[in-house]
Design a protein around this ligand. Structure first.
Ligand code: RP5
Length: 207
């Protein structure tokens, strides 16, 4: 096993079910990572030490997930120039809106690449970290390309399944509509022709 190049940090163990999504993506792309718990508010010294030491240890990207007043990603970003990816977590009564704003609203000069709230955000954090690593690793770049192609194929398969489910009722509906539709009115001229078998009446003024 080679040295980790991505660090995943989270404010609490309660964030783990969400942050595991980031780890799963890194595993899929074969990116080495490490994971720990550090809180901007509860363990500020640990956050400082981790952030300052990360670059020397070979970490190239840091993913930070936190909920509530989520200052973890911003605090890390203030101590290092390694790219920091923030994942807002929906652990508060505000369902992550608080964490989203706290993570994204960084002042100019100290960026945090903020993902969407919750599991999709953590998944994207993993993909995004892999994309950063891929700028200098062609093997990971190729895996990312395969990932995109597979995603495209999955969507196409879903579209085909949807068509298979919906096409039959649509045909049925058309058949029912046809059967229940009132017969086309024959023109007065044709009806008269059948009865009398003679000539069409000369149209006079309305009665
Ligand atoms: C934040 O507070 C953590 O990131 C977590 O989302 C939230 C709640 O933490 P616990 O009270 O579950 O430890 O710092």
């Amino acid at each position: 096993m080679s040295k980790p190049v991505v660090g995943i940090l989270m404010g609490s163990d309660s964030d783990l079910p969400v942050m595991q999504e980031a780890a799963a993506m890194l595993q899929e792309f074969g990116v080495e990572y490490e994971m720990t718990i550090a809180s901007a508010h509860r363990t500020p010294k640990k956050v400082l030490e981790y952030s300052v030491g990360a670059e020397k240890r070979g970490i190239k990207v840091i993913i930070a997930g936190a909920g509530w007043a989520a200052h973890l990603a911003g605090a890390i970003a203030s101590h290092t120039t390694i790219p920091v990816i923030g994942v807002p977590i929906e652990s508060s009564p505000l369902k992550g809106l608080d964490a989203l704003l706290a993570t994204a609203q960084m002042p100019g000069g100290v960026p945090v690449a903020t993902m969407s709230i919750g599991k999709p955000g953590a998944k994207n954090a993993g993909v995004f970290a892999a994309q950063i690593i891929a700028t200098s690793d062609v093997k990971i770049a190729n895996r990312l390309k395969v990932f995109r192609v597979e995603m495209e194929r999955e969507v196409e398969e879903k579209a085909k399944r949807l068509l298979a489910i919906t096409a039959a009722p649509a045909v049925r509906e058309l058949a029912v509509a046809d059967a229940g539709a009132p017969a086309k009115k024959k023109s007065r001229r044709r009806r008269w022709k059948k009865k009398s078998g003679g000539q069409a009446p000369v149209q006079g003024p309305a009665a």
